[in-house]
Write a protein that binds this ligand. Structure first.
Ligand SMILES: [Ca+2]
Length: 215
């Protein structure tokens, strides 16, 4: 009986204290600003943005890279929102050259396999030349309506377990230059820690012990 009481006492501790900490809201991986170097800075002129994959492009000036390309600083029109220290404009070629009417889709991939997707949310801010639709798993969550001012987008539903896609469909309507700037993007989701399963199992053993004891 003494040993069972000890186990039950352990169980109270396991259930009340650690269970509150077995899962937590943490940053969703994969939410990168355009032109990010992954360490708070930006990639160089003409470098590949290894976070923003090009899903499709109808631009005859597309350079063929599977990834977005950092627009050369010298090619950025004066009426675009300026680059910042942690983000810069990307396109499908280094000079942002396009043909009016071209459409380019850039994609971020978010892996929520280990998360609870119903708890996920994200928000971001950016600009586009000339206009971009933002889609989470194919569902619109915002529009970046221009290149001279920032606009926001957000989602608090529509996430799925496993791979999620965040697409930026950039459409050029004039002036033969096009690009995308995501100057801010962040999100969180509930993430069970690796110890969660063992703690929950231990709580189950304690509960079973209580039932056997007839408590
Ligand atoms: Ca344009």
């Amino acid at each position: 009986m003494r040993s069972l009481s000890f186990v039950c006492a352990m169980g109270v501790g396991l259930c009340i204290v650690p269970c509150a900490a077995v899962a937590q809201m943490i940053a969703i991986p994969g939410l990168f600003k355009t032109g990010s170097n992954g360490a708070g800075g930006i990639i160089a002129d003409g470098a590949a943005d290894l976070n923003y994959k090009i899903v499709s492009s109808t631009n005859p000036n597309y350079n063929g890279s599977p990834w977005g390309t950092a627009v050369n600083a010298s090619a950025i029109p004066g009426d675009w929102v300026p680059n910042i220290t942690s983000a810069r404009w990307i396109s499908d070629n280094a000079t942002a050259a396009t043909a009016t009417g071209s459409v380019v889709t850039f994609r971020l991939t978010l892996d929520l396999t280990e998360f609870r997707p119903e708890t996920a949310s994200l928000t971001g801010e950016g600009a586009a030349d000339d206009i971009a639709s933002v889609l989470l798993n194919g569902t619109p969550i915002g529009t970046l309506p221009g290149f001279g001012q920032l606009a926001t987008f957000s989602a608090s539903s529509g996430f799925v377990r496993g791979i999620n896609t965040l697409d930026f469909v950039v459409r050029d309507t004039a002036a033969n230059v096009a690009g995308l700037l995501v100057s801010d993007i962040r999100g969180t989701a509930f993430f069970p820690t690796p110890g969660a399963a063992s703690v929950i199992a231990a709580a189950g053993i304690v509960a079973a012990g209580r039932r056997r004891r007839g408590a």
